[in-house]
Design a protein around this ligand. Structure first.
Ligand code: DLZ
Length: 158
């Protein structure tokens, strides 16, 4: 699926829902932290740009992307949280570890979203190498953290 030239960072920003009173939880994986910090800054700045209040953006770290679903669940179950954004970076290694973690993170995040009936966004890069990750964390293909924030806002206006 060729998606490198399509990104939400450049999508229409008109008619987005009012998020000035909405509360967000950003769950950030510490693996490949140079990448996930860039994703976090992208998501954070995008939420602020669209009217979120600093006090309504809560950050929680987890050790790796495998832990994102549980971190997301702990936050999503809190009634005052309106949306959760999961940020991680998985880079293909020499073993099948990558596949298992990708599957677990994607499935787990989906389950949390459906269980708590609120947006829980999959802002997780799954790349073959570090360069592909840099390209998508503020590089030539935009910042997937920005896109994760826009996705949350769009789903809140559903
Ligand atoms: C173990 C592991 C490996 C090999 N690679 C990554 C990675 O590229 N990105 C990531 O977010 N996490 C990785 N992890 C850590 C797992 O997500 C998890 O934290 C551990 O398996 C402990 O449950």
């Amino acid at each position: 699926m060729a998606s490198s030239n399509k990104h939400l960072s450049s999508y229409s920003e008109r008619n987005l829902t009012d998020i000035s009173k909405k509360k967000f939880a950003l769950i950030v994986s510490e693996w490949n932290s140079d990448i996930t910090e860039a994703l976090y800054m992208g998501a954070y700045n995008m939420l602020i740009k669209h009217g979120a209040s600093k006090k309504n953006i809560i950050r929680k770290n987890v050790p790796g992307s495998f832990e994102l679903p549980l971190g997301a669940q702990w936050m999503a179950k809190q009634k005052n949280i309106d949306a959760v954004i999961c940020l991680g970076c998985l880079i293909q290694g020499e073993t099948r570890h990558f596949d298992f973690i990708c599957q677990a993170a994607a499935y787990g995040i989906t389950q949390v979203s459906l269980k708590y009936n609120k947006p829980v966004v999959f802002g997780v890069l799954t790349t073959n190498n570090k360069q592909q990750a840099y390209d998508r964390a503020g590089g030539k293909y935009g910042n997937k953290g920005d896109e994760a924030a826009i996705t949350a806002i769009k789903m809140m206006g559903f």
